[in-house]
Design a protein around this ligand. Structure first.
Ligand SMILES: *[C@@H]1O[C@H](CO)[C@@H](O)[C@H](O)[C@H]1NC(C)=O
Ligand SMILES: *[C@@H]1O[C@H](CO)[C@@H](O)[C@H](O)[C@H]1NC(C)=O
Ligand SMILES: *[C@@H]1O[C@H](CO)[C@@H](O)[C@H](O)[C@H]1NC(C)=O
Length: 379
């Protein structure tokens, strides 16, 4: 049903100490200070907003509200049919010329012959550049007008829309749940919808809204079992008919728990011990490594033991003689779920026990001969 769209772009540049000087905005009135109103028509669209001034026009007698404002006459862009809506008005907040994303606020349907005030609380941080885009979409449903006027950029808090505090970057390990806490000031109304918007436009709805005190609340969002492709920018949006609150974009970093590429190296084998070198200079996944552990088991037994290691070489004690062991290294990075899978195992055999030094006895190129000797000696 929607045919055309266009954009009006309002650029907002913020300085290190916030939006400076007098509040800016566009009243579209004749004789208003054009330096306070920095806007442009969009390029990638079907038509432009039209500046309407009731004064001195022959349209003064039409059903349009008097005044000076930007408007879209839907009958000039779409043939009429039957219905109730002349179209929709959508508002986008674009940061640093990035993707448009989803509208942070929108309205459609017929809203009578009067103005409605809407507030947009955009949490801005230096040195980013912000653009507010206003898009009118005309429908074939019904002839009518979509108009905007008195766009004010104020450097003090909104009255109706909640303001989000800075949303910090977050780091999680693959497979964990990422929990975003969007803290805002203002009073959320029952009609408020809280969304976590990914930079690509995908949204997650809030799992809970909790009041911290009468002026502050926190909306929580959880992304379950996050994987590497979910690493992206996210922001919080509070949406209601009265307006919208929009936070900054924060980065979700998804890290892969580390795992050694190569097995540990055998430095020496005795009848009851193995001395190994961890060999963890090359890893798969992400650092930093905060813990190293050795997992080992006798090859013929199903259960393994884990020992923490704080040096690059390690002696495994109290092993059974003449037994094959599998030894691998596990690495841990910070955060929940930061332990990676065990690396490839070193498969190594302890030497034979005996009355004599098994080490000198069992040096044999053929293991079978050593086995025979061991069993003979220990019977
Ligand atoms: C809107 O467009 C229609 C059709 O072109 C026209 O008849 C009407 O006068 C326009 N309204 C205004 C206020 O320009
Ligand atoms: C705003 O847009 C969303 C998604 O496109 C839609 O579900 C919602 O109904 C719209 N709201 C209004 C008031 O049109
Ligand atoms: C993630 O959250 C779900 C519930 O939403 C829970 O069942 C699961 O155990 C959580 N996973 C982790 C790794 O904490």
């Amino acid at each position: 049903m929607n045919t055309c769209a266009f954009l009006l772009i309002l650029a907002v540049h913020i300085h290190a100490d916030g939006i400076e000087g007098p509040t800016a905005g566009c009243t579209f009135d004749e004789g208003s200070d054009p330096s306070l109103c920095e806007y442009s028509q969009g390029d990638d669209d079907d038509f432009d907003w039209q500046l309407f001034r009731s004064q001195g026009t022959s349209h003064a007698s039409t059903d349009l509200i008097r005044g000076s404002y930007l408007m879209v006459n839907s009958s000039q862009h779409a043939p009429a049919a039957t219905g109730h809506s002349p179209g929709a008005l959508r508002v986008y907040v674009r940061v640093n010329g990035g993707v448009l994303g989803l509208p942070v606020w929108n309205v459609s349907g017929s809203h009578g012959h009067q103005w409605h005030q809407v507030e947009l609380a955009v949490s801005m941080f230096w040195p980013n550049e912000y653009q507010i885009l206003l898009e009118a979409i005309v429908s074939k449903e019904r002839h009518g007008y979509i108009a905007i006027d008195d766009i004010m950029i104020l450097n003090y808090p909104c009255y109706k829309a909640p303001h989000f505090s800075r949303l910090g970057d977050m780091e999680v390990n693959v497979g964990q749940n990422a929990s975003f806490q969007c803290v805002a000031s203002g009073r959320p109304s029952e009609t408020e919808t809280f969304l976590l918007e990914r930079h690509n436009g995908k949204v997650t709805t809030s799992t809970s809204v909790k009041h911290l005190n009468y002026r502050r609340f926190v909306a929580s969002f959880q992304l379950d079992n996050v994987q590497k492709p979910e690493q992206d920018l996210y922001r919080c949006v509070a949406l209601s008919p009265r307006g919208a609150g929009v936070s900054n974009f924060a980065e979700l970093l998804v890290k892969v728990p580390p795992s050694p590429i190569a097995p540990p190296q055998l430095l020496r084998a005795g009848s009851t011990y193995l001395i190994i070198q961890l060999n963890t200079n090359s890893i798969l996944g992400d650092g930093p490594i905060i813990r190293r552990e050795i997992e080992f088991r006798a090859s013929h037994l199903p259960f393994s033991e884990i020992n923490g290691v704080n040096m690059v070489t390690y002696k495994l004690w109290h092993l059974d003689p003449d037994t094959e062991y599998q030894v691998s290294v596990m690495l841990t990075r910070p955060g929940e779920g930061g332990t990676g899978p065990p690396g490839p195992p070193l498969i190594s055999r302890t030497k034979c026990a005996g009355e004599w030094s098994s080490e000198s006895y069992c040096i044999s190129p053929r293991r079978s001969s050593c086995n025979t000797l061991c069993s003979f000696r220990t019977v």
